[in-house]
Design a protein around this ligand. Structure first.
Ligand code: MCA
Ligand code: AMP
Length: 501
């Protein structure tokens, strides 16, 4: 019986009596402790009737138990579907219904709501302290669960990414997709069993769950496991870490604090950045302050990581580095799909063992974005310079990235367009000092009406995760349109680009 992802990442923890997770309060979980936890949870999943290929949706706060749930799913062959803790009921309903999740794990406070959303699923609970019915059922279980027999192309996870039409798509990630990326990153970024990664990212997205955790697991390293990015906590614990992975907001927040200096990073060997563009000025300011050059890399939910600046070579500010070993990258013309010449800007396409299996139950969307020859059309616009470094110069997709979270304007616009007194809306991202981009809503009033912004904010707050909610509203007489009638968002971005400055 084989289970490549479990055998490579988790099975080695069985003999590890050294720390794997250290919490903010100093509590330590050894590798063995963690595996025992995952084994016990796996027993609960099997007892609940889950079989390989079934989906388990989890909307839980970050904790060792929440991470163990990922391991328990890999062990049992259950497809793990992590959900952003900020998602509201309407958003959750779609993910749970669309995926056909058989088991849902949520915060105890949300249990009633989730039972109503998922009447056919088993609902278990897990709170931020690792307590709840999942842990109660897992407690005291000592019978080891045998790893489910899995092949590299069997699904390990389903991660939803928003779509340009406003409807989210479930990216199907196989064991092989995750494993190949973890092994390449551990090698490329020189992770070893001596590494201690300061983990302050959420574990419901690719960055914190796969890039950070799988890479550490693949190298036998350890993590300081924080519930979230808290500046004081991070400053206090960085001296004990050797590496950190972050979104650009982590680095601008650190730089904004005078306590962040060379002493704090004395033991550090690597800072990586991704999920959103790192400004060249942040890169330079970081080097001036710490002597470290941040290693920027580029990836997507559908592909894990694609490119990385070199560990030993030149880490170039404003670039996302070189295609990683095993990843082919080309730049193509958006209309014809023809490959462009070196130096020309076009759509970034990637192919490799890291590229996902397609969108869950969406063959048409899959066919539109994943070519038959295996190249995935990322929707990012880039160019490759003479030295092979990839520069991301824009996005062909209407997407806002705020603090590393993606917001598809269409999803927000559909809700704004329904509001009383609103004729139509356009949602844009403009520079934001903390989040990189901030969400701005531009509304056109219905004839004779005055939109009630307070009421609109309240309605939006109940329907969308906080990070997707506009942080600023404007009411305008009309939206700028081109001759084809398409809203010119670039004009709106020029007009309202200063609202967060
Ligand atoms: C929190 N808020 C946000 C965001 N985060 N608003 C917009 N964008 C955000 N990212 C809201 C809060 O709810 C709050 O609302 C207000 O903004 C201020 O919150 P604050 O306390 O400052 O936020 P925080 O809790 O400190 O969180 C900021 C954060 C966090 C640490 C930057 O957003 C974060 O951890 N981001 C990382 C996201 C990530 O892991 N992305 C990877 C995706 P109110 O004022 O109403 O209370 S994977 C990916 O993209 C690919 C694969 C890749 O390449 O990695
Ligand atoms: P997601 O859908 O959450 O996986 O976000 C993936 C998107 O994040 C990519 O398509 C890029 O637009 C963006 N992204 C990730 N890393 C970087 C980076 N280093 N620089 C610029 N954009 C990035």
């Amino acid at each position: 019986m084989a289970n490549p992802l479990f055998d490579t990442l988790f099975a080695p923890l069985a003999t590890r009596a050294t720390p794997f997770l250290t919490m903010a309060d100093g509590t330590v979980l050894t590798g063995r402790d963690f595996l025992v936890l995952a084994q016990a949870q796996a027993g609960v999943l099997v007892e609940a009737g889950l079989t390989p290929g079934d989906r388990l949706a989890a909307q839980v706060e970050k904790s060792p138990e929440a991470l163990a749930l990922y391991a328990a799913c890999v062990l049992t062959g259950v497809v793990f579907l992590p959900l952003n803790t900020g998602y509201q009921a309407d958003e959750l309903e779609y993910f749970i219904t669309d995926s056909g999740a058989r088991l849902v794990v949520c915060d105890p406070r949300a249990e009633g709501r989730l039972r109503a959303i998922a009447p056919d699923a088993t609902v278990l609970t897990l709170d931020a302290a690792g307590q709840g019915s999942l842990s109660t059922r897992a407690a005291g279980r000592t019978d080891p669960v045998s790893p489910a027999d899995r092949a590299e192309d069997d699904l390990a996870a389903l991660l939803y990414t928003s779509g340009t039409t406003g409807r989210s798509k479930g990216a199907m990630l196989s064991q092989g997709n995750l494993l190949s990326n973890a092994l390449v990153l551990a090698d490329l970024w020189k992770f070893t069993a001596d590494d201690v990664l300061l983990h302050a990212l959420p574990i419901f997205h690719t960055h914190g769950l796969f890039v950070a955790t799988n890479t550490v697991l693949a190298s036998g390293g350890a993590m300081i496991f924080l519930p979230k990015f808290d500046l004081d906590q991070v400053l206090g614990l960085l001296p004990q870490a050797t590496s950190m992975m972050g979104v650009p907001t982590f680095y601008t927040r650190l730089l904004s604090d005078a306590r962040f200096d060379r002493d704090v990073v004395a033991r550090m060997r690597l800072f990586t950045s991704g999920s959103a563009p790192l400004l060249a000025e942040t890169h330079r300011a970081f080097e001036d302050r710490t002597g470290h050059r941040i290693l920027e890399r580029y990836g997507m939910t559908e592909t894990n990581m694609n490119t990385s600046n070199p560990y030993d070579g030149d880490r170039r500010a404003g670039t996302v580095g070189l295609p990683m070993p095993g990843v082919e990258l080309k730049i193509t013309d958006a209309d014809s799909g023809a490959e462009l010449l070196q130096g020309e800007a076009g759509i970034i396409e990637v192919r490799g063992a890291n590229v996902f299996q397609g969108y869950w139950q969406m063959p048409e969307k899959t066919a539109a974005e994943l070519r038959e020859d295996g190249f995935f059309i990322t929707g990012d616009i880039g160019r490759v310079d003479a030295d092979g470094y990839v520069h991301i110069v824009g996005r062909a997709k209407d997407l806002i990235i705020s603090g590393g979270y993606n917001i598809y304007p269409k999803e927000v616009e559909l809700i704004l367009d329904e509001q009383d007194g609103v004729l139509e809306s356009a949602v844009i991202g403009v520079p934001h000092p903390d989040f990189g981009e901030g969400v701005v809503a531009i509304l056109v009033a219905a004839p004779g009406a005055t939109p009630d912004l307070q009421a609109i904010r309240a309605d939006v707050a109940g329907r969308l995760a906080r990070f997707k909610q506009p942080k600023h509203y404007e009411i305008v007489p009309e939206l700028p349109r081109n001759t084809m009638g398409k809203v010119q968002k670039n004009v709106l971005r020029d007009d309202w680009g200063d609202v967060f400055k």
